[in-house]
Design a protein around this ligand. Structure first.
Ligand code: ARG
Length: 567
């Protein structure tokens, strides 16, 4: 249940009855110290509508107090209303929602949403620069799905462009066709070939020729290209699978897919007078927007041309309600221009929901993008290895998880550490990569949340019950202030999920899971459930912790983090 939304709805109704038509930005906040919830922003209404604040407050109080859910409505001058929730009502709701699938949380209006995420470049290993798009995009797609929407995932891999001509030229020059059987090798070639391209005129010329041949789909060239693409996709898939990222090979619709649409689109944009010839290139200038080149003077199309084509194609093909991108902030202005162009060209409707949810970078201690000692990008594979090693050491040292299952548990902890590191940060800002902070077992980390879940499961097991059974049959009632706090927190879950998806900020859910885990930790210290003799009391408490476990399980699953059963 979303109590904040409920209060907001009630206030809206009251204002309507009072004939207040203008929209105001009043807020319902959690107010732990003095009440359960607090209404802010009434002074503005009183001033602008010329109603005395005490009259406005009294009307609100009179209406709200009629509702069973509220036990007390307190007016605090000059401008707040404090709301207290009825304890019995909370018990009733908790008992009710605990029986429902996903606590009854769902989107009323279901939408079809396309999410463009991860999208690494081919011929390179996935690296730290691909991490945020992959993790954020996957989490957001999980949440949309969880809420009942239809999600189309697209991995817009960078599988086309001049770079392939360059790599292929090197491969041919040194007759490496048969030797390119792993991605690391290809990446090395990529670097060497690029260097050669910069310094060697002859090589440059040859590369350009091969680009043309590639475009014309010359058999021997396409064969090498295909090999490089397939190999990279295969390697990337291993990483997705390892990290529990729900991208499959079938989600790959890369840049090359749009090749045969680009000429037509360019002509169409010229015809519509959106694009124009400028110094032999085709450029789109729009007021206050980043200029976009869609065809270079050598007739080559670009990343931008492909993006325009893909938007047109996707809109038509998938009949979607929303299109969402996850790239870092450096592409923020670029995408604004692209969306603007597509709307102007009527490839998508003017009011179509299309957005790039950009994010910050992952930096080193000096605030610079992370590189290896050799100056390369830190690969995701390497990151996994590093965290795996460190997690394993920690688990062995703490001796809290089953030794026989150590490798499986370490893997799950590794996934959780990496994903939670990213998801718990504000999406829009950059953050510093600190390996020690992300696997700690008593602070705001993924492994801590997993550990809290495991602790609850072990209590439930000890008492010969499992989550589903105890949720269904026991009756929960609040018997302490702490249980009241926990109950209120449980009721906040829906609101947190909905705000996360409204703002595209998974850190809201992460913080929530951390807070509820911390509350459980306090509860765990205070209560010795297993030793309680009275069955009613015991069952009520078992039910409460099983609901906490369900909250954590749902929360972790939408973050894409596996749970740990094993102690
Ligand atoms: N491959 C691009 C990069 O590595 C990201 C692609 C994002 N999606 C898109 N449709 N442009 O920066």
């Amino acid at each position: 249940m979303n109590i904040k939304k409920y209060i907001k709805k009630k206030i809206k109704k009251i204002l309507k009855i009072m004939n207040i038509k203008k929209k105001y930005n009043y807020k319902i906040c959690n107010n732990k110290k003095f009440s359960d919830y607090q209404i802010n922003g009434m002074i503005e209404i009183s001033k602008k509508e010329n109603i005395k604040i005490n009259i406005l407050f009294k009307i609100i109080r009179k209406k709200l107090i009629k509702k069973k859910i509220f036990s007390k409505i307190k007016i605090i001058y000059p401008g707040y209303i404090n709301i207290f929730i009825n304890k019995n009502y909370i018990e009733k709701i908790i008992n009710k929602i605990s029986k429902k699938k996903n606590f009854g949380i769902t989107n009323k209006k279901k939408k079809k949403i396309l999410i463009d995420y991860s999208s690494p470049n081919i011929a390179k290993q996935m690296h730290i620069g691909n991490l945020r798009s992959t993790i954020l995009g996957d989490c957001i797609s999980n949440i949309f799905k969880f809420l009942g929407n239809k999600v189309i995932k697209i991995n817009h891999i960078g599988d086309w462009g001049t770079q392939f001509g360059i790599i292929i030229t090197w491969i041919k020059k040194f007759k490496l066709e048969k030797k390119i059987n792993n991605l690391k090798k290809i990446e090395k070639i990529y670097k060497l070939a690029h260097y050669e391209y910069k310094i060697n005129k002859k090589f440059r010329k040859l590369s350009r020729k091969n680009v043309t041949k590639l475009k014309k789909k010359k058999k021997n060239i396409i064969k090498i290209w295909n090999k490089i693409v397939k190999l990279t996709i295969k390697e990337n898939q291993k990483i997705y699978n390892y990290l529990n990222v729900n991208l499959k090979i079938k989600n790959n619709i890369g840049e090359s897919f749009y090749n045969n649409m680009l000429l037509k689109i360019t002509k169409n944009l010229i015809k519509k007078k959106i694009a124009l010839k400028h110094k032999k290139s085709i450029i789109i200038f729009s007021k206050n927007k980043f200029p976009i080149i869609i065809q270079k003077k050598d007739k080559a199309f670009l990343y931008s041309t492909t993006d325009i084509a893909s938007i047109k194609y996707r809109y038509k093909k998938f009949k979607i309600d929303k299109m969402i991108y996850f790239t870092d902030f450096r592409q923020k202005e670029y995408f604004k221009s692209i969306f603007y162009i597509c709307k102007k060209a009527k490839y998508i409707p003017k009011n179509f929901y299309i957005k790039n949810y950009y994010f910050g970078l992952i930096l080193n201690n000096n605030g610079k993008p992370i590189k290896t000692r050799k100056g390369n990008n830190l690969t995701i594979k390497k990151i996994i290895k590093l965290i795996y090693k460190k997690s394993k050491k920690l688990i062995i040292k703490k001796n809290i998880y089953n030794k026989q299952k150590i490798n499986r548990i370490t893997k799950k902890i590794t996934i959780s550490a990496i994903k939670y590191m990213d998801l718990s940060k504000n999406r829009k800002t950059s953050y510093i990569f600190n390996i020690n902070k992300i696997i700690c077992l008593n602070s705001n980390t993924g492994p801590y949340i997993q550990y809290s879940y495991t602790r609850i499961i072990s209590i439930l097991r000890k008492n010969k019950t499992n989550t589903t059974k105890s949720i269904k049959n026991n009756k929960f009632y609040i018997s302490s202030k702490l249980e009241y706090e926990i109950s209120k927190k449980i009721l906040d879950f829906e609101e947190k999920i909905l705000t996360t998806i409204k703002q595209f900020q998974p850190n809201i859910i992460c913080l929530y899971l951390y807070e509820i885990s911390s509350l459980f930790s306090i509860y765990y210290e205070k209560e010795n459930i297993s030793n309680i003799k009275d069955n009613n009391i015991k069952n009520s408490k078992l039910k409460l912790i099983s609901i906490i476990a369900k909250t954590l399980r749902i929360g972790l699953s939408i973050l894409g983090i596996p749970i740990l059963y094993n102690i």
